[in-house]
Ligand binder design. Structure first.
Ligand code: EPZ
Length: 447
């Protein structure tokens, strides 16, 4: 193993990752509301970037090293399971992960792994580009929507791939001469389709232009890593990305960007609970659209070096309207958290969800805590109440779960959040991070 990773930090001989939470389906989080939050919260690497960077490692036979990796997340473990199934050799140590894909032994991403984590679809482009073939299970939908992958498939076909759908699998083959560059216009902005095609195009013959591409910072970070691996990409962060295919890519070292959704979540937590919190190794620049709304609501946020300092300068938060949009608009992944904040703001706020068709599942649970939310199609009117009341609530998806935790921080009495395995997918050690700044929060394990 050592020979594959000569640059790996010496010392530890086995995989050791931070807080290997053994989450079971019945674990709960119990919170007694009312505590202010004061202190420091370390922000982890971005899940929605790390998962794709791991797929990018399939594009080369050399080792790729990532640090600031949120290794303890359940989604990360699922992605490791898939890449090891394909034949990758992976070494993890605290927040470092090293991947070597020199000995891929299968091009099949099986249903029972892909169904656990939809981000697995991102192995499709890299496998097709480097090996000319891939058989990847259709990921299926999830709680927040049907989550089709038609834009991924159509785009790869425009690069010359022959794709058939059989028995729930995407069977993809590249022509003998390999994928060929193409001009692709996305009919709809898609983060995953932009990433899959950007990765596939790095090894295609000729130049590919992606128009109406997604502009999320996670895509720019993925593109920067690909460029370090030898890819020729420009237009990152714009809606037109241009990729000039190269023969092969090499290994590299890359530091994963901070998780902007985790950052936004804890900014809202501090704004709701009151107090002053420093978010360590966090970037405000990735949350431009959110800042204006947070400031309107009465939450003060400032960048100080590599940290963000959050405080609430008014006695009570103000209601604000939000509409989710592709970046740089308000991120859909912060919609539930912002709504939790609106439940205790003065006045009303309107929340409109334009990205996913079923992303209001936190509403009935928040209303059980005494919130006053009425939904109408993809909009919700939130009328602020003086106080929420603690209750037993049910987590349904990753971001809805954390919205319930935020509500529990400010509710009167105890809140128990069930099915917190959803949370373990995307928030590293949330109990430790919130407990560390004064929240009265604990994890109750069922085993
Ligand atoms: C990524 O999902 C994120 N997931 C999501 O975060 C995030 O909410 C989403 O981007 C939007 O920002 C990861 O990065 C792992 P899309 P993705 O393709 O790529 C439709 C979280 O909580 N669409 O931009 O799947 C789709 O149904 C998760 O961390 C098609 O119609 O999102 C949706 O309505 C949730 N056809 C819209 O586009 C396609 O082929 C945006 O989806 C692809 C997408």
């Amino acid at each position: 193993m050592e020979s594959l990773f000569p640059d790996f930090r010496a010392g530890k001989s086995k995989d050791t990752i931070s807080s290997p939470i053994k989450s079971s389906q019945l674990d709960k989080i119990k919170i007694i509301g009312g505590a202010q939050l004061n202190g420091i919260i370390p922000i982890s690497g971005a899940k929605n970037c790390a998962l794709k960077l791991m797929c990018a490692s399939l594009l080369t036979g050399e080792s790729v090293y990532f640090d600031n990796s949120p290794n303890s997340l359940r989604d990360m473990k699922s992605q490791v399971e898939l890449l090891e199934y394909l034949g990758c050799v992976i070494k993890r140590e605290s927040d470092v992960i090293a991947i070597n894909a020199s000995n891929i032994k299968t091009y099949i991403a099986p249903y029972d792994i892909v169904r656990k984590m939809r981000g697995s679809i991102l192995v499709l482009g890299p496998l097709l580009a480097r090996f000319g073939k891939a058989k990847v299970s259709l990921p299926g939908g999830c709680a927040i929507g049907t989550r089709p992958v038609d834009l991924h498939i159509k785009g790869l076909e425009e690069l010359g791939a022959i794709i058939t759908l059989e028995e729930g699998y995407i069977n993809a083959k590249a022509p003998k001469s390999g994928l060929k560059g193409a001009n692709i216009i996305f009919p709809k902005v898609s983060v995953g389709a932009t990433e899959n095609l950007m990765m596939a195009a790095t090894l295609a013959n000729g130049t590919t232009t992606l128009k109406n591409a997604a502009k999320e910072p996670e895509i720019s970070d993925l593109g920067k890593c690909l460029i370090k691996m030898g890819a020729k990409i420009d237009g990152l962060g714009s809606d037109t990305i241009r990729i000039e295919g190269v023969k092969s890519l090499n290994g590299t070292h890359h530091s994963i960007m901070a998780d902007r959704i985790e950052t936004g979540t804890y900014i809202i937590a501090a704004g709701m609970a009151g107090g002053t919190v420093t978010l360590q190794n966090a970037r405000i620049s990735d949350l431009s659209a959110v800042l204006g709304h947070l400031c309107q609501a009465g939450i003060e946020v400032e960048q100080s070096g590599n940290n963000i300092i959050v405080s609430r300068e008014t006695s009570r938060l103000q209601g604000v309207d939000i509409m989710t949009e592709p970046y740089p608009g308000f991120p859909t992944d912060l919609q539930a958290q912002f709504m939790a904040m609106l439940t205790i703001a003065s006045g009303a706020g309107m929340v409109t969800e334009t990205i996913f068709e079923n992303r209001f599942m936190h509403v009935p649970e928040l209303n059980r805590m005494g919130a006053d939310i009425t939904t109408q199609g993809n909009s919700a009117i939130v009328r602020g109440v003086e106080k929420l009341k603690g209750a037993e609530v049910m987590a349904t998806d990753l971001r809805a779960s954390v919205a319930l935790v935020l509500a529990g921080l400010v509710a009167q009495g105890q809140t128990t959040v069930n099915r917190i395995y959803h949370l373990d997918r995307g928030y590293e050690d949330i109990v430790g991070k919130l407990g560390g700044v004064g929240a009265n929060i604990k994890r109750v394990s069922s085993n």
